[in-house]
Structure formats: structure tokens, C-alpha cells
Design a protein around this ligand. Structure first.
Ligand code: ADP
Ligand code: ZN
Length: 226
């Protein structure tokens, strides 16, 4: 059983790295931001509660966040473990978490703020299938359209200059102290998030003593549409 937390500023690649790790180790990837975005897109009650807060780049209230995390962790079978992304974001959330779960490792992705702005403001998301693109080095074949499903590429509502400034400020003020707390109590590995995603993944595996990363095999053409 492996239980990891992944932390890092906006655009540092928490989601990408978590998915690569989760797919290969058969652990569950829990993204608190994705859970909230799903609720907003599907017009749930919770979605209505968090929509404005998220769009402004502010943090959702601790009680709601904690109940989402608790529900997700009690409701899901994670026989082989989990990697949680976007939580904890402040010291109160961290205390709740450390009391309830033993963490095997905390992955801290490090990225300078100048690079954060460049990545986040150029990030696009497929409205159809959710794949991430950026207008720097993973541009789609047809501008504005997803290569996989043809869906429209849109910016996240909170990927604006204004909301990003709020998110970055909160990260440095509220989330960095959590890392200090984890550094004292837990096992934190700091990883440079500037290299390409696969190189970052190789480094994470090596630092955590996990089996090395193997790039997924390209699927043969005929089985792709299955
Ligand atoms: P990012 O890390 O790029 O800010 P996320 O997808 O992790 O994006 O989160 C998006 C938004 O969801 C946050 O700006 C915040 O409003 C809300 N959110 C996610 N996780 C938490 C959390 N642990 N505590 C409070 N709010 C959260
Ligand atoms: Zn798509």
C-alpha cells in the first residue's frame, strides 16, 4: 500500500505526474480540484457553492474540502494506495490529514513563479475529453481543436492573470508552511519541475525508490477506436 501527497505551485504538473504514477502503480489519483470542477460542470449543489470562489482563484472552505477528501477516501477502494493532489493546502487541512492517514511520501514539485505564469496562461483544456494542451510545446494539429476527440479547447476559468495572482499568493502564504510541516514530520522529496514531464517522472520514481518509468507503448492503429 502506497500513500503519497503531491504538492507544487499552479502549472507545476501535479495532475500529469500523478496520473503517470497512478496508472503504472495501480493506485488511485485523487485531485480535489478535479472533483470541484466536475461538480461545477455538472451543476450540482456543491458546484454552485464553489463556482465563484474557484473562478476568483480563492480557496474553498476547509470544512467542505475535508468532507470531500474524507468521502472520497472512505468511498473508494484503494487497495494499492493513492496519490492525492491539491490537498492539503493549509496547515489546518494538513493536521486533519496527518491525523487520519499515514503518508509514505510527499512529492514537492518546484517551479519558479515566472515559469508558472508562462505555463498557466498558455494552458488549454479539451472541453470534450479533458486532455491538457499548451500553446508552447504541445500545440494541437488543428488550432483550437483536440487531436483526440475534436472537442473545443478552452482555458480554465481560473487561468487568468487576476485569479492566478490570488492562487500564487495563497500558495506561498498558506501552502508553503504545510511543506515545512511535512519536511519536519514526513518524507518530502523535492523535484525540479522544469524538465519535460517524462524526465520529471523518472526523477520522482528514482527518488521514491520505485520501479523505473516506462513510456506507455503506442497502441496499434486498429485497436485505438475500441
Ligand atoms: P491549482 O493547483 O492549479 O490552483 P486545482 O485544480 O488543484 O488547481 O484547484 C482548483 C481550485 O479548487 C483552487 O483554486 C481552489 O479554489 C479549489 N481547491 C482545490 N483544492 C483545494 C483545497 N485543498 N482547499 C481549498 N480549495 C481547494
Ligand atoms: Zn478531446
Amino acid at each position: 500500500m502506497r500513500k503519497y501527497v503531491i504538492m507544487g505551485v499552479q502549472g507545476s504538473g501535479k495532475g500529469t505526474q500523478s496520473q503517470m504514477l497512478a496508472a503504472d502503480l495501480d493506485i488511485v489519483h485523487i485531485s480535489v480540484g478535479d472533483i470541484f470542477r466536475w461538480n461545477v460542470q455538472n451543476h450540482t449543489k456543491m458546484g454552485a457553492q464553489v463556482r465563484r470562489v474557484m473562478a476568483a482563484g480563492e480557496l474553498v472552505g476547509d470544512d467542505l474540502v475535508e468532507s470531500v477528501v474524507r468521502d472520497r477516501l472512505t468511498g473508494h477502494d484503494w487497495n494499492f494506495g493513492f496519490i492525492i493532489d491539491g490537498f492539503p493546502r493549509n496547515c489546518r487541512q494538513a493536521e486533519f490529514f496527518v491525523e487520519s492517514y499515514d503518508i509514505d511520501g510527499v512529492i514537492a514539485l518546484e517551479l519558479p513563479d515566472s515559469e508558472v505564469r508562462r505555463r498557466v496562461l498558455n494552458r488549454r483544456l479539451c472541453a470534450g475529453c479533458g486532455i491538457n494542451y499548451n500553446l508552447i510545446d504541445s500545440t494541437p494539429g488543428v488550432p483550437g481543436r483536440c487531436d483526440a476527440c475534436g472537442g473545443e479547447l478552452v482555458a480554465r476559468e481560473d487561468d487568468t492573470e487576476e485569479a492566478l495572482a490570488v492562487r500564487l499568493r495563497d500558495y506561498h502564504e498558506k501552502t508553503n508552511p504545510v511543506l515545512d510541516l511535512f519536511r519536519r514530520k514526513e518524507y518530502v522529496i523535492s523535484v525540479d519541475a522544469r524538465p519535460p514531464a517524462e524526465a520529471v517522472q523518472v526523477e520522482i520514481r528514482w527518488r521514491l525508490g520505485l520501479p523505473p518509468y516506462r513510456a506507455p507503448q503506442a497502441q496499434p492503429e486498429e485497436s485505438r477506436s475500441a
